[in-house]
Design a binder for this molecule. Structure first.
Ligand code: PLP
Length: 412
């Protein structure tokens, strides 16, 4: 076979047993029911690519194509996968006396969230493998990204959301072309429905970590961060964790970059941030378990991390442990207060999940889990505009307005 993309993918591997599976075939989980990871011929990759070569490429994540599985350029589905900026959160640096706090703002990606990274890869690979119908459960952002990339690729999409998913997300998913259903359950309940329908509905199950390619898309966060930091990574990464694809994906990126010798320094400590109302990974971490127990009655304003069961739990816990990181839970009231403060002081509208990482940093400093001289990266995973916002405006009559002095003297 002749490939026109310079990819070095060699095979798929069971994340639990290491058993090999062929690449270039439709795949979901391994025989033991665990996620499959994409493996590459890194010895060849490092001969073909240097960090200097990257510099001449477009500022989008397809610049890392050698680390990605797509074989043919014609199958790449593009909606503008920009490199996301690193923005200083000066208010937190001052408040905490922290050496450096940077927000990686993923809200700039297509469909307004970093789910675009995973779904760009999953849908491009689906196109390459001839899949014509995809389905998933979602808390909102993944469904929107699936719908958008499938519409672009000419693939049918079916999306199932818990009925209390933010309204904006549900409308967006349907408008972007997915057959959209809201259901009376949580994301894992919707997931069971999708998996049970594979035979009768003939759709491809695109659930988090139940196919091998979304994680490769999320891996680009780690590649991008490494390049943006000139191959010397910061000390701590705080990541709002639902299914954990991003945390596992970044850790995979750092392993691959270490294997080819591009990263030589200490790797960052990976910190899994969850909401107190749904914290299965934090619970497992604190009890020193290797797998998490399902969380009962999950509830939080941070919809993207309301995930009671994560199939990759052992991989998340592994990355935390290997990186010398930790897991930490924050209350919704702290998420909302921190979102407000950062909006007003730094001009950044974080999503609740992103605000959770900032709230976690504050708590971690109090508990001395992070030192003041550590350089910290927070992940803002979606644009804040996709979520309900408080209305702090005041109304007035233009025919009978308040005095200007009254308006500008209000100190609140
Ligand atoms: C999906 C999502 C998360 C969680 O990401 P995972 O990699 O699945 O853990 C966090 N924040 C937002 C906004 C999301 O959409």
């Amino acid at each position: 076979m002749l490939f026109d993309c310079e990819t070095f993918v060699s095979h798929l591997e069971c994340s639990e047993t290491g058993e090999r599976y062929p690449a270039d075939q439709v795949a979901n989980l391994s025989k033991t029911g665990k996620p499959l990871l994409v493996r590459y011929d890194l010895d060849q990759l490092v001969v073909a690519l240097t960090p200097d070569t990257l510099q001449s490429r477009l500022p989008e994540f397809w610049r890392y194509r050698e680390f990605l599985p797509v074989r043919h350029k014609e199958n790449i589905v593009r909606l503008g996968e920009v490199m996301t900026p690193l923005l200083n959160a000066g208010s937190l640096e001052r408040q905490l006396g922290q050496r450096e706090v940077v927000v990686k703002d993923e809200g700039r990606l297509p469909t307004g969230s970093f789910k675009a990274r995973g779904l760009a890869l999953a849908v491009s690979m689906a196109k390459e493998l001839g899949i014509t119908r995809m389905a998933m459960p979602t808390n909102g952002n993944a469904g929107a990204a699936l719908a958008a990339y499938c519409s672009k690729a000419g693939i049918e999409s079916y999306v199932f959301c818990p009925d209390d998913t933010p309204d904006m997300n549900i409308r967006e998913i349907a408008l972007m072309g997915a057959h959209t259903y809201t259901a009376d359950g949580l994301i894992n309940d919707c997931g069971r429905f999708v998996t049970a329908g594979i035979d009768q509905a003939s759709w491809f199950d695109t659930s988090t970590l139940k196919e091998p390619y979304r994680i490769e898309g999320k891996k680009t966060m780690g590649l991008e961060l490494a390049e943006q930091y000139n191959w010397e990574l910061p000390d701590v990464i705080l990541y709002p964790t639902g299914g954990g694809t991003g945390l596992i994906g970044m850790w995979k990126a750092f392993e691959e970059l270490t294997a080819i010798g591009w990263l030589t320094g200490k790797l960052p400590r990976m910190v899994s941030v969850q909401a107190s109302g749904c914290a299965p990974i934090v619970d497992a971490w604190e009890r020193n378990l290797t797998q998490a127990e399902p969380w009962q009655n999950a509830s939080t304003v941070a919809a993207g991390i309301r995930v009671p069961v994560a199939i990759g739990d052992f991989l998340i816990l592994n990355a935390i442990r290997e990186s010398n990181g930790f897991a930490i839970a924050v209350d919704d009231k702290d998420i909302i207060a921190t979102q407000h403060d950062i909006a007003q002081q730094d001009g950044l509208l974080l999503c609740p999940e992103g605000a959770a990482t900032a709230a976690a940093l504050i708590q971690a400093r109090e508990r001395k889990l992070i030192d003041p001289d550590e350089r910290v990266v927070l992940f803002n995973c979606a644009i804040g505009l996709k979520y309900p916002m408080p209305n702090d405006s005041q109304s007035m009559s233009l025919a009978n307005p308040p005095a200007y002095a009254e308006i500008v003297n209000q100190s609140s």
